[in-house]
Design a protein around this ligand. Structure first.
Ligand code: 3PG
Ligand code: MG
Length: 396
């Protein structure tokens, strides 16, 4: 793979696939700009070489062509502010206007194209659409790690229309950090898995059983474990068809000598709301009509002791419904302990993308852990051992 550092962009127009799929509120303001900030070093390197940058991305999952809500025009001002430079905008990612703006782009200038997914061809991986996009630049830079698990026109198919295909800094860092974690981890290695569904995480959990010393399981998926072991979980999240699987995982962990750690208590609520009545109960003792929305204080203590002693930490998925401040304590406590392990025990800590990344950033700890991934599904697939189409395209 050609690295960004080994390539001289002087006089070149770089067509850069970024993942600017950021959350917007109903006023179209960005509520978490981590993915945009992450790409600034890549953009700056190209501009400093004397090149120009054409940025392309998707935003959301538009189904019927151009939609105000999913327009990348909402990102033009925030991006210009972060970059300290006015960013031009093409109202269509292909067509005459995009071609003209790209052709007239001077060294040092940046152009952002409208949402690629306004064309169904993008997700279909349509070749002629990819070819049209490819005409806009001299070199393709793939820096959209968060979308690298999609075999779309701009993330993978486009590769065949370029001789020069360059791996951006975001991609490089994501791959290097995941590799360090999976292949060169210092022991003890603790993985903390949370989030709602076992079905989303089962493949990575199975792979991690061959790598980790401790596997901590919290969050919504822990209630299925509890129910399978005969506990009462009230109205808590349950994947009834995964109960047997949880028992198998417990068995496999024991066979492999992995310390699988489950919650010992929960903070439960009588309603799915921030203002619900709440109480702490032992695991498997959730009364009818109540549901678990966070881990309890004994669990926080138990998990924290293990995490604080670790030399490698992977965290993917929240411990509870942290979007409700009343049920954020478990997730925030884990974030604090991961920071502590990093700063006081010199641990290498990687925070998986998606919800755990938002949790750690919202808590203000984003730069006090070793690395926060910009990928959600992409990171999971990579760690499951799958080859990502966006990475394969850079190699091919
Ligand atoms: C993400 O946020 O998961 C990536 O940007 C990919 O988006 P997608 O899941 O809609 O393909
Ligand atoms: Mg996704």
């Amino acid at each position: 793979m050609i690295t960004l550092d080994s390539y001289n962009f002087s006089g070149k127009k770089a067509l850069v696939r970024v993942d600017f799929n950021v959350p917007l509120n109903d006023k179209f303001e960005i509520t978490d700009d981590t993915r945009i900030r992450a790409t600034i070093p890549t953009i700056t390197k190209i501009l400093n070489d004397g090149g120009s940058v054409i940025l392309m991305s998707h935003l959301g999952r538009p189904k019927d062509g151009p939609t105000e809500k999913f327009s990348l025009k909402h990102l033009v001002n925030p991006l210009s502010l972060i970059l300290g430079k006015t960013v031009k905008f093409a109202e269509d990612c292909i067509g005459d206007q995009a071609s003209e703006l790209a052709a007239n782009l001077a060294a040092g200038e940046v152009l952002l194209l409208e949402n690629l997914r306004f064309y169904k061809e993008e997700e279909k991986g349509d070749e002629s659409f990819a070819e049209k996009l490819s005409k806009l630049g001299d070199v393709w830079v793939m820096d959209a790690f968060g979308t690298a698990h999609r075999a779309h026109a701009s993330t993978a198919v486009i590769g065949k229309f370029f001789t020069d295909k360059v791996c951006g800094y975001v991609m490089q860092a994501e791959l290097d950090n995941a590799e360090r974690l999976l292949e060169h981890s210092e022991r003890p290695f603790t993985a903390i898995m949370g989030g709602a569904k076992i079905s989303d995480k089962i493949l990575i959990i199975e792979r991690l059983l061959d790598k980790v010393d401790n596997l901590i399981i919290g969050g919504g998926m822990s209630y299925t474990f509890s129910k399978a072991r005969g506990g009462n979980i009230g109205n808590s999240l349950l994947e009834a068809d995964k109960m047997d699987l949880t028992l198998e995982l417990i068995k496999k962990a024991a066979e492999k000598g992995v310390n699988l750690v489950l919650p010992v208590d929960n903070l439960v609520a009588d309603d799915f709301s921030n203002d619900a009545n709440k109480q702490v109960v032992g695991v498997g003792k959730i009364p009818d009509g109540w549901e678990g929305l966070d881990i309890g204080p004994e669990t926080i203590k138990l998990f924290s002791e293990i995490i604080a002693k670790s030399k490698t930490v992977l965290w993917n998925g929240p411990m509870g419904v942290f979007e409700f401040p009343s049920f954020a304590e478990g997730t925030n406590a884990i974030a604090e302990t991961v920071v502590k392990a990093t700063e006081e025990n010199d641990a290498f800590s990687l925070i998986g993308g998606g919800d755990s990344a938002s949790a750690i950033n919202n808590a203000g700890y984003g730069d006090r852990v070793s690395y926060v991934s910009t990928g959600g599904g992409a990171l999971l697939e990579y760690m499951e051992g799958k080859e990502l189409p966006g990475v394969a395209a850079l190699r091919g």
